[in-house]
Design a protein around this ligand. Sequence first.
Ligand SMILES: *Cc1c(COP(=O)(O)O)cnc(C)c1O
Length: 374
Amino acid sequence: MVDLHRQYEKIKPSIDAAMQEVVDSAAFIQGPQVASFATALAQFQGAKHVNTCANGTDALQIALMALGLKPGDEVITPSFTYIATTEVIALLGLTPVFVEVNPQTFCIDATAIEAAITPRTKAIVPVHLYGQAADMNAIMAIASKHNLFVVEDNAQAIGADYHLADGRKVKTGSIGHIGCSSFFPSKNLGCFGDGGALMTNDAQLAERIRMIANHGQKQKYVHETVGCNSRLDTLQAAVLEVKLRHLDTYIDSRREVAGAYDEAFAAIPGVRIPFRSLDSRHVFHQYTLILENADRASLQAHLQSAGIPSMIYYPIPAHKQKMFASFDLGNLSLPQTEWLCDRVISLPIHTEMDDEQLQHVIQSVLGFFDSYSG
Ligand SMILES: *Cc1c(COP(=O)(O)O)cnc(C)c1O
């Protein structure tokens, strides 16, 4: 699905030099690259404060901890997402309230949010799934009306532009109260292991985030609150600092692949190519088709036999996962979400795809549908 080795080969000298500098200095924890990467990321994001952490899941957990939510508080979130988004809600003793996604954008359906709000609702966690922004203008308006926090799960959409209702163009992750990123190797900005970050424009929240991620201390050995230990390694920060400079180019490469796929697949009956919202610039962490009636497993087998990987993100929605059994979701029905889980398929998309690989995927998909309809 990705080719991280070829991506590394192209920038090897600068990555190797950055890593060697860390090794030579032996400042493996909180070396200067951690702060300089955070500064560079804040600038890229247009966010006032960035705090790095160990991974994207930690970022989401720390964000919810920083908001001071209490057990039993409700957090509205989509069920059609990677499990981390919803898992941290339950882990903190909060109650996940799952709402539908818009099958066009794959993101939380803003028109379904208000019906899910109760007196216990404290926050909304939208996910910018596959690299496309959720409907943040509507979400922020609802949040402001009901006095709710918004934590953006931006793990899949770093670098996506979003047009605010007031005309400003901003980056996803810097719109809500807190934005969370993951630098898992296959993400659009990935390191050589695990990494994550939180961003906010609120100085007080930034201070709480920093404290919570560091054992609840502001001053060494003085612990004000129960926190955790979540740090980005200096080596990862050094890698990320180099790769951040290439992120815009990486996004362009992904968008080029997506454009070629769109053109090739647009006319296949019963196949929906990814919708591109006019509000935002899709960064295509995934290129995901909806197969309205074709047999997905057969397409996967057909691609596999041509040496082409494909993935299902995500086969089981969160509200159907056993881990949430205690929330008594047996009667919860999210038809759009369940419909998507049965019909989505993601094709290889990455920064290093050459024309030969691209044509191979395209011809294999087209070949499947030719024989399918014939
Ligand atoms: C990858 C991902 C996460 C978690 O990130 P990790 O760094 O793997 O912990 C959270 N949410 C979404 C939507 C993701 O894609």
